[in-house]
Design a protein around this ligand. Structure first.
Ligand code: GLY
Length: 373
């Protein structure tokens, strides 16, 4: 019998559990059934995920006499826009989803964000279950209720806080991920250790390689610890008035790099987060906030995992330092025109900083760009 973990997200009337374990698709009916007012559910997914996991989910629901219909959108970030939202909402209406029904979002971050937002706006809000299929979605985007879409002005600029009613993180689903996608998701796992749990980072240094090779017990521990940390932060600061911003460690750099690489597969989001975390520790060291050797320890772990850790790991051209700073200034986390960074006093000790000296940031980027071949 494999172990199943339940992490509670204590949000009062919006509280829910994240269930983490193996074989959860087969148990989906038993786990979701108690939340339903009538035995039916509407599943939003994408075609690649549907080919791998939709039959198993529908069989798991059917085992508890829950009827389901499903709609598969095109895979990829481009789906997470107005057209994809319209397609999802119109299908949910075609499927006669009522106010008290349940939507299930089966997929990675794109489907979770889009499906959650479609549920948030459908009939002024129907409940939804997240079944994240990527590591990134299991440890980050499926938990915490941020839903939304991209517009031509940028990523995630239209959305809503809409908490799921349940999250099922089935560790078995990670088996079907390409190694690059798994490691990109691991960038978000490392982020949790770096931002608030030094002992977890120590554990990842020891166990990361075996976890990446496929050890399920280690994967489950890493997902559970990440979700526990996210649940704690979200419970204390659901709408990001303060502490939740720590989850954006590495993201100001990452968003600029994603924009500079055209949101293409030159740089996956989690890869940008990993590079961004290393740069955030560089900046912290330059500002005298953390020890000079700490950024090397962060990079040594990323490199040991076979991950990108520097701007020199991004293929193709990058714009210069000034252009990167300008891209950072477009980030939605800019407040009153000031760049916001998450910096750190040590591994596991991150904090929000609104007064990074512009010259220091620029010098850091000039040096990082010079290391490129
Ligand atoms: N991914 C950052 C957050 O959920 O706040």
């Amino acid at each position: 019998m494999t172990r199943i973990d339940h992490v509670h997200v204590p949000l009062g009337a919006r509280a829910y559990d994240v269930v983490i374990g193996q074989g959860l698709l087969a148990q989906a009916g038993a786990l979701i059934g108690p939340l339903l007012h009538r035995p039916r559910a509407a599943i939003l997914t994408e075609t690649r995920v549907a080919a791998l996991h939709l039959d198993a989910l529908q069989a798991g629901l059917q085992a508890a006499d829950i009827a389901s219909s499903a709609h598969a959108l095109a895979p990829g970030e481009a789906t997470k826009g107005w057209a994809g939202l319209s397609e999802a909402v119109e299908w949910l209406l075609d499927a006669q989803v009522e106010r008290r029904d349940m939507v299930i979002a089966l997929g990675g971050g794109v489907i979770g964000d889009l499906g959650g937002f479609a549920a948030a706006v459908l009939r002024r809000g129907v409940r939804f279950v997240q079944i994240p299929t990527s590591l990134l979605a299991q440890v980050d985007s499926s938990v915490g209720g941020k839903t939304g879409i991209n517009t031509r002005h940028g990523k995630n600029l239209v959305g809503a806080f809409h908490q799921p009613s349940l999250v099922l993180a089935d560790i078995d689903l990670l088996d079907s991920l390409p190694a690059r996608d798994f490691l990109a998701g691991y960038g978000e796992v490392v982020k949790y250790g770096l931002l608030g749990d030094a002992a977890f980072f120590d554990w990842l240094e020891v166990n990361g390689p075996a976890l990446a090779r496929g050890d399920k017990a280690l994967r489950q521990h890493a997902v559970r610890r990440s979700v526990e940390m996210k649940a704690g932060i979200v419970a204390r600061d659901e709408t990001e008035q303060g502490e939740r911003a720590l989850l954006n460690l590495g993201h100001t750099f990452c968003h600029a790099l994603e924009a500079a690489t055209g949101y293409s597969d030159r740089l996956l989001h989690g890869e940008g987060v990993a590079i961004g975390c290393a740069l955030a520790f560089d900046l912290s060291a330059r500002m005298g906030l953390c020890a000079q050797e700490t950024p090397s320890r962060v990079r040594a772990h990323l490199r040991g995992m076979g991950m990108k850790a520097d701007l020199s790991d991004i293929p193709g051209d990058l714009p210069g330092a000034d252009a990167l700073v300008a891209l950072m200034a477009q980030d939605k986390k800019v407040q009153d025109g000031r760049l916001r960074f998450i910096l750190a006093r040590d591994i596991g000790a991150a904090f929000v900083c609104d007064d990074v000296p512009g010259e220091m940031l620029r010098a850091l980027l000039v040096d990082a760009l010079e290391m490129r071949p």
